[in-house]
Design a protein around this ligand. Structure first.
Ligand code: AMP
Length: 360
C-alpha cells in the first residue's frame, strides 16, 4: 500500500479494538473533526458509545474486514493482541498506522528484548523456554530468582510465574500451559517508569515527560509526573524509545516500560513495548499540552504532532473494579478530572475509569 496523503477533516479513521483506549481515541478524533469507525468482536464494546460507526465481527472475518476498510481512509489499533495476519490483510487495502511490524515485535517478549538489545538498550537476562530441558538450561545460565512468562498474550501479570529456587521450576512450567515462554532474571528495581511518545508520518518524534508508575496486584494503580529519575536516566530512556520507534518505522503513540535502578547512576532496563496509547499516558489528557489520544490521531491522520510538554506536576489514579463505585467522591474535588469508560458491569480487576489531577 503506498503511503497515502494526509487525511482531511471529515475523513474516517478505522480503529481495531473497542475498549477504553478506542473510546478515548474516538473522543479525541471527534474534536479534530475526524470520524472513527470501530471494529471489535464484542457487541458491548465501550468505544461503540462514542464513535460514528462500528462493526461487530471477528478479527479473522476477511469479508467484514474488507467492508470496514472500504469505509475508512486510514486504520489503527488500540489492542496489541489483534492478529498480525489481520493487520497484514488490511495493509493491502488501506494505510495501517502503526503497521504490522510493530505489532509483530510487541506481541512477542523475545522479539521485543532482541530489538531492545540490538539498539544498545539493557534488558533483564533472558532465554527462550519451550520445555523442562530448556528451562533447566535457562536456569543454569540465568540463575534465581527469575520470572517465567509466556512470550505472547501476557498482560497485567497474567501468564507469569516467579521462580525463587530451582525447586519452583516444574510448577512454573506447568503455569505456562504448554505455551512458549521466556525466562527473565529478576530485576531488583527501585521504581518503574515509562516513556509514552509519538512518532509522526514524517519521522518527527515527540516524547511525553517520563512517567513514574506504581502497580497494585500487577495492575497499574498510579502514574505521575515528574518521575523520581535523574536527568541522565530520563534522557537515556527517551533516547531508547526514539531508537525503538525509528527501528519499527513507527507511526503513532507507543509506550516503553522500564525498570529503574538508582545505583550505577540511574540505569533504565527495558521491560516491555506497547504499540498503542498506554494507561501510563492517561495523565496527558489533563496534564500535557497535547494529550496522547489526540497525538495518536494526529499521527495516524498524517498531521503535524502537537506539543507534548507537561503543564505541571500531575497524577492519574486508575479506578479498578469496585473502586469505581466511589466515583462521586472524586467529584467532590473540583480539580479532579473524572474519566469513566461506560462499562456497565463492575468486575474485580476490570479497569472502569481513572482520575487525573494537576498537583501544582
Ligand atoms: P510485565 O507483564 O512484563 O509488564 O510484568 C508485570 C510486572 O511484573 C512488572 O510491572 C513488574 O512489576 C513485574 N516484573 C515483570 N518482570 C520482571 C522482572 N524480570 N524482574 C522484576 N520484576 C518483574
Amino acid at each position: 500500500m503506498p503511503k497515502a496523503a494526509a487525511l482531511s477533516p471529515g475523513d474516517t479513521i478505522g480503529i481495531l479494538g473497542g475498549g477504553q483506549l478506542g473510546r478515548m481515541l474516538a473522543l479525541a478524533a471527534a474534536r479534530l473533526g475526524l470520524n472513527c469507525h470501530i471494529y471489535a468482536p464484542e457487541a458491548d464494546s465501550p468505544a461503540f458509545q462514542v464513535c460514528a460507526a462500528h462493526t461487530v465481527a471477528a478479527y479473522t472475518d476477511q469479508a467484514a474486514l474488507a467492508a470496514f476498510a472500504a469505509k475508512v481512509q486510514a486504520i489503527t489499533y488500540e489492542f496489541e493482541n489483534v492478529p498480525v495476519e489481520t493487520v497484514r490483510f488490511l495493509e493491502g487495502l488501506k494505510p495501517v498506522r502503526p503497521g504490522a511490524k510493530a505489532l509483530e515485535v510487541a506481541q512477542d517478549r523475545l522479539c521485543e528484548k532482541d530489538l531492545a538489545r540490538s539498539l544498545g538498550a539493557r534488558t533483564a537476562d533472558y532465554a527462550r523456554v519451550s520445555d523442562a530441558a530448556s528451562l533447566n538450561a535457562a536456569l543454569a545460565q540465568i540463575g534465581t530468582p527469575a520470572v517465567l512468562k509466556t512470550t505472547r498474550f501476557g498482560y497485567d501479570g497474567k501468564g507469569q510465574a516467579k521462580i525463587m529456587t530451582p525447586a519452583d521450576a516444574p510448577a512454573a512450567l506447568k503455569a505456562m500451559k504448554g505455551q512458549e515462554a521466556i525466562l527473565e532474571s529478576f530485576v531488583s528495581f527501585d521504581r518503574e517508569v515509562s516513556v509514552v511518545a509519538a512518532r509522526g508520518c514524517d519521522g518527527a518524534f515527540a516524547p511525553f515527560e517520563v512517567t513514574e508508575n506504581e502497580h497494585r496486584n500487577h495492575i497499574l494503580h498510579r502514574s505521575s509526573v515528574p518521575a523520581n529519575i535523574s536527568e541522565a536516566a530520563a534522557r537515556d530512556a527517551i533516547e531508547i524509545a526514539r531508537k525503538i520507534a525509528g527501528a519499527l518505522d513507527y507511526v503513532g503513540v507507543f509506550a516503553v516500560e522500564f525498570f529503574l535502578i538508582d545505583a550505577q547512576g540511574g540505569a533504565v532496563i527495558v521491560n516491555e513495548i506497547a504499540p498503542r496509547v498506554h494507561n501510563s499516558g492517561h495523565w496527558t489528557q489533563d496534564g500535557a499540552i497535547t494529550c496522547q489520544f489526540e497525538q495518536h490521531m494526529r499521527a495516524v491522520a498524517g498531521w503535524p504532532l502537537g506539543d507534548a510538554s507537561s503543564i505541571g506536576p500531575a497524577e492519574m489514579i486508575n479506578l479498578v473494579g469496585p473502586a469505581a463505585a466511589h466515583w462521586r467522591d472524586y467529584l467532590k474535588d473540583g480539580r479532579a478530572h473524572l474519566h469513566l469508560y461506560g462499562k456497565r458491569e463492575i468486575r474485580e480487576g476490570r479497569k472502569m475509569g481513572h482520575v487525573n489531577r494537576l498537583l501544582g
